[in-house]
Design a protein around this ligand. Structure first.
Ligand SMILES: Cc1cc2nc3c(=O)[nH]c(=O)nc-3n(C[C@H](O)[C@H](O)[C@H](O)COP(=O)(O)O)c2cc1C
Length: 354
């Protein structure tokens, strides 16, 4: 943010409150299920509370709030990076009050600490990162990048499992399609998707409901886009609220790192994990008993997955000044990408996780 960081009468305290607010603005750029942004931040001096907003939970596809908390975890990681960027060492307490389950984290700015170069790099990607939808370029994601992304997930207490066996990949694609059919049997599911699409259309954040469209990709062949990318499952060893928050933090850490690595981007496929029986099947058969939190495809994107005119944190700071305008612009870009992707004829190909 290009905030005036000159302390007012309150001195250091005012400055910290300003810094806390600017970190919260950065956090709102995190990915979230259906772009629902189900988080609420409150700032009091140097303390930021993160709460889940149950009004923004998807009652039909996410009744437990698992995806809601993954989204909030992604926002929390973004907040941590932004706080480090401002020169503090954030102190985070996850789920600090058992009696208030919607209170997800208390974050203190913490002591002053010089920022590491690695954090600066991640911060520079916050406003550039975009969810990819469609196919990828033919060139594969380099092995060293995949290994770096696995390490990033591990650092947040999650595991990124790369699915190398083509039959396993095909089975996951088929399960994703199956979930799509199961969902379509539930009238209230269509209503829920439509409601979120409508809310996006109404507030300038619309993306032609890219999410809903993106969810259908596994059944689709992409004539001009040869690669479906590397299929991965993000998993955790347990399956409670803390694990979902950890999964979200791991997700955003690896997405920011991927964005920093020359055009690597991620497509998400959450459907199969929204059907309890399929999620259990995937846990046992494809995740070595770990709890699957999200399926992803990683690849080299084509077109504007990232906001290419934003290369560094100074430019990103400027972008933050017109957050709303930029989000609309981003929505337009998404729509363009989607339109491009939807051109041409499709044929069902259940062996592709795309
Ligand atoms: C938990 C979670 C699940 C998601 N599931 C899907 C999905 O199944 N398909 C999809 O296309 N996008 C999915 N997304 C991505 C969101 O649609 C995306 O983050 C949102 O529309 C905002 O767009 P952006 O990430 O480009 O900023 C998911 C995101 C999260 C955090």
């Amino acid at each position: 943010m290009m905030l005036n960081r000159t302390p007012g009468r309150g001195g250091e305290q005012d400055l910290q409150a300003l810094d806390a607010r600017s970190a919260v603005e950065a956090a709102a750029w995190a990915p979230s299920v259906h772009d629902a942004r189900p988080w609420l931040f409150t700032v009091e001096n140097d303390r930021i509370s993160l709460r889940a907003d149950p009004e923004r939970r998807l009652d039909v596809s996410d009744p437990e709030g698992r995806e809601m908390l993954i989204s909030c975890g992604a926002a929390l990681f973004t907040l941590r990076v932004a706080i480090r960027r401002l020169g503090y060492e954030p102190h985070v307490r996850l789920l600090p009050d058992r009696d208030r389950p919607n209170l997800l984290a208390d974050v203190h700015l913490g002591v002053r600490l010089p920022e590491a170069a690695e954090n600066r790099r991640l911060y520079g990607q916050i406003r550039r990162r975009r969810t990819h939808r469609g196919g990828f370029q033919a060139s594969p994601v380099p092995a060293w990048v995949l290994s770096a992304l696995r390490q990033e997930a591990q650092r947040e207490g999650a595991t990124l499992r790369v699915i190398v066996d083509p039959h396993a990949k095909g089975a996951l694609a088929a399960l994703t399609m199956a979930a799509e059919h199961v969902h379509r049997q539930i009238p209230s599911y269509a209503g829920e998707v439509a409601r979120w699409a409508a809310s996006q259309n109404g507030n300038g954040h619309q993306n032609g409901n890219g999410h809903a469209q993106g969810r259908r990709l596994p059944a689709v062949d992409w004539p001009d886009e040869p690669s479906t990318g590397v299929a991965c499952i993000l998993t955790t060893s347990a399956d409670g609220a803390g694990d979902w928050l950890r999964a979200g933090q791991a997700l955003q850490r690896l997405l920011l790192r991927a964005t920093a690595e020359d055009g690597v981007s991620a497509a998400f496929h959450a459907q199969a994990l929204e059907v309890p029986e399929l999620r259990e099947f995937i846990r046992v058969r494809f995740a070595a008993g770990d709890h699957p939190q999200l399926m992803l495809r990683l690849g080299i994107g084509q077109g504007p997955d990232v906001q290419d005119d934003q290369t560094g944190d100074d430019e990103a700071d400027q972008a933050g000044q017109s957050d709303q305008a930029d989000r609309s612009d981003q929505a337009d870009r998404r729509e363009t990408t989607l339109d491009g992707a939807l051109k041409g004829s499709f044929s069902a190909d259940p062996c592709r996780v795309s």
